[in-house]
Design a protein around this ligand. Structure first.
Ligand code: GCO
Length: 457
C-alpha cells in the first residue's frame, strides 16, 4: 500500500532509537469488549448499573454484549496474530472472577481468562493484565460504598493475590490500576462515569483509597508471583494558553490534579503540597503508614497518552489551536507533548521502564465497500510513534507501545458512538474488518521486526 511507503519510511528511521526488543501491542479492557454481562456467574459491576440509569450513556446503550469477546477469544487472538503483535494488554473483570467482590471465587470466570491466556501464549503474544479497569463489583458499592471506604483496600488486595496466584507465572506483567484519575474524578466528582457521584471531597478520598489499594495489591502480588508489576496512569500534560501568570498557575494546578497527585505518592511517598492546599477541607485523610504503603518499588510505569490540556483563564476561555486537528472525541492532536512529557517525568521521577499502555484516536470511520480508509488514524499513530522515538533518543527508557484499541468498543459514557479500533466492529453482526490503520500497523511492525532480525544477524 502506498500509505505504508509514504508514512513509515521516516518513522522506521526514527525508530532506530528503540530497543530491538521493543514490544508492539494493542490494548482493551473487560467492560468495553467482553459482553456476557450476566453469564456463567458474573456479578454485576457498577458499569452494568450505570448503563441501566436513564441519561447516563449518550446512545442509551449497555455492555450486555459489547464486542462479544467472551465468545470470540480464539478469533480475536487470531486478529492480534495477524497484526504481528508482540503483546496484548487486557483487563480482568473483578466481578467475573469474584461476583460479590469478596468471598467466593467464580471458577467459570477464571476459566475464561485461562482460555484467553492459553490462546495468547499459543500465538506467541505476551499477556499483560490490568486488575482494575473500572468495573467494580456492584455488591461492594452497595455494602461499603465501594472506593469511598478504606475497607475496600484489603478486598482489592485479596483479589489481586488470587489472580497472581493463579495466573502470575503466565502473565508478562500485572498493572494494579488503570487511570485512577478517571475513576476518582469522573466517577465521584463530575458524574460522567460510574458510579456517577458529584462530590469533590469524596473523589479526593476515593483517589487516596485507590492509591492505598495499589500499594496493598503490589504487596499481595509480590507474595504470590514474580511477574513484573506496575501501574497505569493518565498523562494529559497541561499547557498554559498564554504567558499569563493566571494561566500558568491554573495549568500547574491542572497538572497537579492529573499527573502529580498520582505520580508523587507512588514514586516519592507524598502528595503534592500545592494540591493539598488547593483541596483545602476536601483533601483526604492521609496517615504516614498510608503513604508508606503506596510508595512501593515498581517494575514499570504505564503511560496513557492521548492529548494535552490547554488551560486558559480568560473569559471566554481561549480554545486549543489544534494545528494538527482534533479527534472525534474533540481531543486536540498534539504529539509533541508526548516527547516533552516523557522527558519531564523521566527527569523528575526517575521512574522504572515506561510502557505507552494506551495511545490512539476515535475517528469518524466509515465502512465503505468493506474498507475503512482511516488515514487520520494512520497519521495520528505515525506522529505519536515519532514523538515516542524522539523521547527515547533523548534518554527516556520506553520498552513498549500499545495502540488503544484493538477493536471498536464501548467508549464509556459515549456508548458505541466513538470508534477507536484498528478493527471496525459491526455491532449487529459482530463482524470485524481490518481498517487501513490495521494494515499500516501490521506493515510497520513487520518492517520494525525485519530490522530487528537484520541487527541480530
Ligand atoms: C482510558 C481508558 C480507555 C478509554 C480510552 C479512550 O484509559 O481512558 O483506559 O478505556 O476507552 O482511553 O477514551
Amino acid at each position: 500500500m502506498k500509505l505504508t511507503e509514504s508514512t513509515s519510511a521516516p518513522l522506521i528511521e526514527l525508530c532506530r532509537s528503540l530497543r530491538p526488543d521493543f514490544q508492539w501491542g494493542s490494548a482493551s479492557s473487560a467492560a468495553q469488549i467482553e459482553g456476557a454481562a450476566a453469564l456463567d456467574g458474573k456479578g454485576p459491576s457498577i458499569w452494568d448499573r450505570f448503563c441501566a440509569e436513564p441519561g447516563r450513556i449518550n446512545d442509551a446503550s449497555n455492555i450486555d454484549v459489547a464486542c462479544d469477546h467472551y465468545h470470540r477469544v480464539d478469533s480475536d487472538v487470531a486478529l492480534m496474530q495477524w497484526l504481528g503483535l508482540d503483546a496484548y494488554r487486557f483487563s480482568i473483570s473483578w466481578p467475573r472472577v469474584q461476583p460479590l467482590g469478596e468471598g467466593a471465587w467464580n471458577e467459570a470466570g477464571f476459566a475464561f481468562y485461562d482460555r484467553l491466556l492459553d490462546a495468547l501464549l499459543k500465538a506467541g503474544i505476551a499477556p499483560h493484565a490490568t486488575l482494575y479497569h473500572w468495573d467494580l463489583p456492584a455488591a461492594l458499592h452497595d455494602s461499603m460504598g465501594g472506593w469511598t471506604s478504606r475497607d475496600i483496600v484489603p478486598r482489592f488486595a485479596d483479589y489481586a493475590h488470587e489472580v497472581a496466584r493463579r495466573f502470575g507465572s503466565r502473565l508478562a506483567s500485572i498493572a494494579t490500576l488503570n487511570e485512577p484519575w478517571c475513576v476518582a474524578t469522573l466517577g465521584y466528582e463530575t458524574a460522567q462515569f460510574a458510579p456517577g457521584l458529584t462530590s469533590r471531597a469524596t473523589a479526593a478520598q476515593v483517589s487516596h483509597h485507590l492509591m492505598m489499594a495499589h500499594g496493598a495489591a503490589v504487596l499481595a502480588v509480590r507474595s504470590a508471583c514474580k511477574t513484573r508489576l506496575g501501574v497505569v496512569l493518565n498523562h494529559t500534560p497541561a499547557f498554559a494558553a498564554e504567558a499569563l501568570e493566571a494561566d500558568r498557575r491554573a495549568a500547574r494546578i491542572d497538572d497537579g490534579l492529573n499527573v502529580r497527585w498520582y505520580m508523587d505518592p507512588i514514586f516519592r511517598g507524598s502528595y503534592p503540597a500545592d494540591i493539598l492546599d488547593y483541596l483545602g477541607a476536601d483533601a483526604p485523610q492521609v496517615s504516614a503508614e498510608d503513604l508508606a504503603l503506596i510508595h512501593q518499588p515498581l517494575d514499570f510505569l504505564g503511560v496513557n497518552f492521548y492529548t494535552r490540556s490547554f488551560i486558559s483563564t480568560q473569559q471566554p476561555p481561549m480554545a486549543a489551536p489544534g494545528k494538527q486537528g482534533f479527534t472525534d472525541m474533540g481531543w486536540e492532536i498534539y504529539p509533541e507533548a508526548l516527547t516533552q512529557h516523557l522527558v519531564r517525568i523521566s527527569r523528575e521521577y526517575s521512574p522504572p521502564p515506561i510502557y505507552i499502555t494506551e495511545n490512539g484516536m476515535a475517528n469518524a470511520d466509515k465502512l465503505v465497500d468493506g474498507r475503512v480508509a482511516d488515514v487520520e488514524r494512520i497519521q495520528y499513530v505515525n506522529e505519536h510513534l515519532k514523538a515516542l522515538a524522539r523521547a527515547v533518543a533523548l534518554g527516556v527508557d520506553a520498552r513498549g507501545y500499545f495502540y488503544w484499541s484493538l477493536l471498536d468498543n464501548f467508549e464509556w459514557n459515549s456508548g458505541y458512538t466513538k470508534r477507536f479500533g484498528l478493527f471496525h466492529v459491526d455491532y449487529a453482526t459482530q463482524e470485524r474488518v481490518a481498517k487501513d490503520s490495521a494494515l499500516w500497523y501490521r506493515d510497520f511492525i513487520t518492517a520494525f521486526k525485519s530490522r530487528r532480525t537484520l541487527k541480530a544477524s
